[in-house]
Write a protein that binds this ligand. Structure first.
Ligand code: D5M
Ligand code: FE
Ligand code: ZN
Length: 564
């Protein structure tokens, strides 16, 4: 942008995070080469100056006569103290590497400690078992599972047939794709995201639209709800965050020494946040005093089941890969038939049923089954090994044979007919599955790679994948950033917004086990059933395979079972 007028100079300064005296602007605009004068001034202005004065400009221009300025550039990173580990996050104790139960006859797996486990059941379930009456939607009961070869409850000594009448599963996630991939669809999906997420934020701040802020006089308190459209560090290490709403964009400056400055580390492009602060003298920029995320209310009171019933949450089975952990899977499936597992009536699988074909470069070298349909047939055989009376819900992941862009539609008819064991319910990625009143948000988890790549280690890492999931809850969106690793499909509605607060958030994809509670939402990354691949070895990913997190739906306690 040519800097021929003072307005342009003022805008350029605002873009870089500076407020300026009119005299300073006039001086720069009047210089022989305004762009160079501006650059020189910004290079030499003291780090702590937020407002440029005529003196700063004069000093810079004087000094620039003497050619090379050695004024150091400010550190472009924020110096806010990183937040420590979330105290609400219990340590993941996958630690037991002692010899595992290797009996093929379903001997007890190692039980690792879960969150909030108080070691005692209160027996509440007993008295109300069966009282919730209705069976869930179509395909409901164990008895409907008649696929040949299915091991059903009756063939499983020790495993009770369960309280089938009390069961209920509702699956919400399927959508009819409306997107055509046109530009308008992108506009529509972002507009919908903004409308939905700004709703809760608007009630928390006294916001103004971006175009109204532009015409507001300086020095006023102001607030804005917008989608993050740009994040830059200024020459002096402050942060300039540009927010966009349906009326325009507005620059917001977060000073590096503010106590909330490290929240900028958490920001992803395209997420919706609110800021409060005061407008600069000339009104062209908002100095941020507080930042708000859509978030989950701390008071969230999760629903629980009315009886003692459990759900096993798994993902990333990767059947068809040479590294598929078949032995661990068989131990898991066998154990499900034992009395110890009789309360586990639900099995949720969060994507990557099979290894797929052509997902990553050189993946074919590690395929055990090269045909995608044969992979699903093999997966179905493995699914048959779990008790036939378990209600199963499956969503796709990035290795599955559905479109990669999210939201991913449910498996098509052909794949459904292959994966017919146990009448599994098939839904989209993401989906919310309500199991006996407990809302479980299932999302495969591709965006977690991006969250982990963008955020500092202490806020999101492969070792603590649930922390990255906390970020998604905080942003109330399962894949906030558009255009990076996560492929987003434009639809009329943004199905990736987390509209209702779930009671349990279940994801996979990163092949690392991790769990914790975020504002009372039990958050679980379920690891995988695939041993380390060549790629993972090359980048030092040590997958957690062969674990099954089991949630008690009446207490939302978690027990992680180890089948390695
Ligand atoms: O990916 C499992 C995890 O490993 C996930 O964090 C992505 C990462 N991964 C695995 N293979 C690759 C390749 N080839 N490139 C980049 N990242 C990779 P999943 O997709 O579930 O197998
Ligand atoms: Fe996977
Ligand atoms: Zn995956």
């Amino acid at each position: 942008m040519p800097l021929e007028t003072p307005v342009h100079v003022a805008n350029a300064l605002a873009n870089q995070g500076y407020n300026a005296d009119p005299d300073a602007v006039t001086l720069i605009a009047a210089a022989e080469d305004p762009a160079a004068a501006l650059e020189r001034t910004l290079e030499t202005v003291p780090d702590d100056a937020v407002k440029l004065t005529a003196d700063h400009v004069s000093a810079a221009l004087d000094r620039s006569q003497s050619l090379d300025s050695t004024a150091p550039k400010a550190d472009p990173t924020p110096d806010g103290t990183p937040a420590g580990p979330d105290p609400s996050n219990p340590t993941v104790s996958t630690g037991d590497t002692s010899p595992k139960s290797t009996d093929a006859d379903g001997a007890s797996p190692v039980e690792t400690e879960g969150v909030g486990r108080d070691g005692e059941r209160d027996g509440r379930g007993q008295s109300v078992a069966g009282s919730s009456g209705e069976r869930g939607g179509p395909g409901g009961s164990a008895a409907s599972s008649v696929a040949s070869g299915t091991v059903d409850a009756s063939s499983t000594p020790g495993r009770d047939a369960g309280d089938a009448p009390a069961r209920s599963v509702e699956v919400d996630g399927d959508f009819a794709s409306t997107g055509t991939g046109e530009y308008e669809d992108f506009v529509a999906v972002f507009r919908d995201r903004y409308e939905t997420l700004s709703g809760t934020l608007r009630s928390r701040v006294n916001h103004r639209p971006a175009d109204a802020l532009e015409s507001m006089p300086g020095n006023n308190d102001a607030a804005l709800v917008g989608m993050v459209s740009d994040i830059r560090s200024t020459a002096s290490g402050h942060w300039l965050v540009e927010l966009e709403d349906t009326t325009g964009t507005f620059p917001c400056l977060v000073m590096k020494d503010r106590e909330f400055a490290d929240l900028v580390d958490e920001l992803l492009l395209d997420e919706v946040v609110a800021v409060e602060g005061s407008l600069a003298d000339d009104g062209g920029i908002l100095f941020v005093d507080a930042m708000h995320f859509p978030d989950v209310p701390r008071t969230h009171d999760p629903s629980t089941a009315d009886r003692e019933v459990e759900a096993a949450l798994i993902s990333d089975v990767h059947v068809g890969s040479q590294e598929f952990a078949a032995d661990a899977w068989h131990r898991f499936a066998d154990w499900l038939h034992t009395p110890e597992a009789e309360r586990i009536e639900y099995l949720l699988v969060a994507g990557d049923m099979v290894e797929g074909v052509g997902v990553y470069p050189d993946q074919d070298e590690e395929l055990d089954i090269v045909d995608i349909y044969e992979q699903y047939e093999a997966f179905n055989e493995h699914l048959k090994a779990v008790p036939g009376d378990m209600e199963t819900v499956m969503i796709p992941g990035n290795h599955d044979a559905v479109r990669l862009a999210e939201p991913q539609p449910a498996f098509d008819e052909e794949l459904r007919s292959i994966m017919s064991a146990h009448d599994a319910r098939i839904s989209a990625n993401p989906s919310t599955v309500t199991v006996e009143g407990v809302d479980i948000l299932m999302y495969h988890g591709v965006s977690l790679d991006e969250v982990i790549a963008e955020l500092p280690d202490e806020k999101a890492s492969y070792d603590d994948p649930h922390l990255a999931m906390y970020q998604l809850l905080k942003k109330r969106h399962v894949a906030p950033q558009f255009g990076g690793k996560t492929r987003l499909a434009p639809e009329e509605e943004d199905h990736l917004v987390i509209e209702e607060v779930p009671d349990v958030f279940h994801a996979g994809h990163v092949h690392k086990l991790g769990w914790g509670k975020y504002h009372n939402v039990l958050t679980i990354n379920s690891g995988c059933w695939q041993e380390q691949t060549a790629f993972q070895a090359s980048v030092n990913i040590d997958p957690d395979y062969g674990y099954a997190p089991v949630v008690s739906l009446d207490t939302l306690d978690l027990t992680v079972r180890d089948f390695t």
